[in-house]
Design a protein around this ligand. Structure first.
Ligand code: VGL
Ligand code: ZN
Length: 217
């Protein structure tokens, strides 16, 4: 094992049917990550390698501000300005209580220490596991995850899940900026847009986010 997993958390981002093939906002070949994610969770359960395992669940009310359907005359994947920030408009996805919003089959969710739901404010989008996107007041409301990790002496955050170019990247950026060492487990993520991979790697390089492979863990 080449990586020191002491004081480390595993963060599983938005592994939900709506982000898997056939879902409302399917990521590219996202089903391919499931066996590896499951293996990592079972390995940690057996060996106690991660201090804690945390999952996030994208969880939007119907009519959410991030849905193109909430903005007449727009289409999914259009970009608009919202609260002075760029906002991509998405297909309706992860609506509270729907199958698409559930945690996907194939991973032992019972092993999670904490499951965070994000994106519940109808007027604010939420990509990162740590903080929501900018709201009308120019603030990014916290999810409390940084405090949870700090109180558990977590220093390293290993991130897997969906989407590599959206919620995984935003979570990694916030983790790094909030004083944790962020590691993206590259092969256990899938992007909304495969063409985004070069940009994601560049952002990681700029911010000092590590890119690792699951085979190294
Ligand atoms: C996500 C777009 C909208 C994600 C969530 O989980 O990456 N992307 N909502
Ligand atoms: Zn969403």
């Amino acid at each position: 094992m080449s990586h020191q997993l002491k004081n480390s958390a595993l963060l599983l981002v938005d592994i939900q049917p709506d982000f898997l093939p056939g879902g409302a906002l399917a990521c590219f070949q996202a089903d391919r990550i499931l066996p590896g994610v499951s293996h990592l969770v079972e390995q940690s359960l057996a060996q106690g390698s991660f201090n804690c395992m945390v999952a996030t669940q994208d969880w939007h009310p119907a009519g959410h501000i991030s849905f193109a359907s909430s903005h007449p005359g727009t289409q999914p994947f259009n970009n608009i300005t919202l609260y002075d920030q760029p906002q991509t408009l998405w297909p309706d996805h992860c609506v509270v209580g729907t199958h698409g919003a559930s945690l996907a089959e194939g991973v032992n969710w019972n092993a999670m220490n904490l499951i965070i739901r994000k994106g519940s404010d109808p007027a604010v989008d939420s990509y990162s596991a740590f903080q929501e996107n900018f709201g009308p007041d120019g603030q990014r409301p916290t999810t409390g995850l940084a405090g949870y990790f700090r109180e558990r002496q977590v220093e390293h955050v290993y991130i897997t899940g969906l989407a590599r170019d959206v919620c995984v990247l935003w979570s990694a950026q916030d983790a790094q900026q909030l004083g944790f060492k962020a590691h993206i487990i590259w092969d256990l993520c899938a992007p909304v847009t495969p063409e985004s991979d070069a940009n994601t790697r560049q952002r990681c390089k700029e911010l000092g986010i590590a890119i690792v492979q699951s085979s190294e863990l």
